[in-house]
Design a binder for this molecule. Sequence first.
Ligand code: NAD
Length: 279
Amino acid sequence: MPAEIIDGNRLAKSIRSETRRQVKKLKFTPGIAVVQVGDDPASTIYVDYKQKDCERVRFHSEVYRMSERATQDEVIDRIQTLNGRKEIHAILAQMPVPDQIDGQAVIDAIAPEKDTDGLGAANLGNLMINRECVLPCTPAGIVRLIESTGEEIEGKHAVCVGRSSLVGKPIGLILLNRNATVTYCHSRTRHLAEQTRSADILIVAAGKPEMIKADMVKAGAIVIDVGINRLEGRLVGDVHYESVKETAGYITPVPGGVGPMTRAILLENTLKLAISQCG
Ligand code: NAD
């Protein structure tokens, strides 16, 4: 039987509607600031999307585009000014940054209570020790997609292909905190297919177009495809969708799976931060 498609667009839409409904009830306006350094075209597009999303749910949003030649101190100064502004409840530093800047140092300069991407060392550290924290947007979106299947997480074998601090590592920790048994795979993993075939929940965030084929997936598995790649003019994930959807129990499409959820969770995180600062 072909897999059930997990519809990220629909879930993201419901998160946006709920966020907007909550915002209407507030006596203040949640405020978010995005800092972009340089003019990487993909980053510019992402920042524009984020700003539009914020407008749709009636947040106040500010975008700071800094020069490609900005120094680390200048960027951190900007963040610190934003940390001090009461009407800005959430700050996001768009990655990547130019080579002269240490991206993690910039993220770490964001006050933890305003770190809406949850990627600062303080929030990631709290995730590590299973303490309440801001969950990074993509991993938090992935968990919601898994939950939407109605399948239990506890006791399942989750395999994460990819170990970045942005996706792979935090999603593994979140699932571990939810009592899954977690295996991390990466570019040096031997016998990858043996690992992926044993996954009840397979999360692929490697940035390698269509690397996961049907014979690497257990029948009935939940397959979450995080990858976004251009292949011969098409947008494809890290999973070979057409073949894997015949084997998996559930699968996310690309586009329309994880991507829209990442954006929706940013709104939800921002709302939570604003309420915790003003509510
Ligand atoms: P990254 O390059 O930082 O990390 C890639 C990881 O994959 C590394 O840990 C590497 O060891 C592993 N890897 C690479 N080749 C492998 C192989 N052949 N076998 C096993 N592991 C391998 O990437 P990232 O930032 O984690 O992003 C991964 C993908 O997810 C990219 O395509 C990116 O565009 C996408 N992404 C999507 C969203 C979204 O919202 N949909 C968000 C973030 C990232």
